[in-house]
Ligand binder design. Structure first.
Ligand code: FES
Length: 149
């Protein structure tokens, strides 16, 4: 199943739209898989028929799933490829995720601690062919929070 994201029907599946970034649709997984959050022991069972779980990031993205399950991931722009605060490292299962598009790669270049396994969690959508292990970098903190004001 493919659900529209940036070009999709207004509001139903979108967490927001960056009008300056064109993105393509990404298929949702077709079978259940697990996301393990490295360093926490938390294991999340992902069931394709339940996706999307929220409104931030691409439907079925790592950000979508992690936020729904109470995993704190900064996402300053709401998942529209306008920041790098949702940077994660996909330690296992990276090849099961959609390839990064140019806009994501450009934004990732601004992320501290970039690795070959880095992705913006709002853009990476696993296809369910593998279980995924994701690390949320300690340095990946949004420097400005509403609580600071
Ligand atoms: S939340 Fe801003 S790019 Fe992912």
């Amino acid at each position: 199943m493919v659900r529209e994201w940036a070009d999709g029907p207004a509001g139903e599946f979108m967490g927001g739209v960056n009008p300056y970034v064109r993105t393509s649709s990404v298929p949702l997984p077709t079978r259940p898989y697990r996301i393990t959050v490295a360093g926490t022991g938390q294991v999340i069972e992902v069931h394709p028929e339940e996706l999307p779980l929220g409104r931030d990031g691409r439907p079925g993205s790592l950000l979508d799933v992690l936020l729904h399950h109470g995993v704190k991931v900064d996402h300053a722009c709401g998942g529209v490829v306008s920041c790098s605060t949702c940077h994660v490292i996909v330690r296992k299962g990276l090849s099961s995720c959609n390839p990064a598009e140019e806009a994501e790669e450009d934004m990732l270049d601004t992320a501290p601690g970039l690795t070959p396994q880095s992705r913006l969690s709002c853009q990476a959508v696993p296809n369910g062919s593998q279980d995924v292990v994701v690390e949320i970098p300690a340095w990946n903190r949004n420097q400005i929070k509403e609580s600071d004001f």
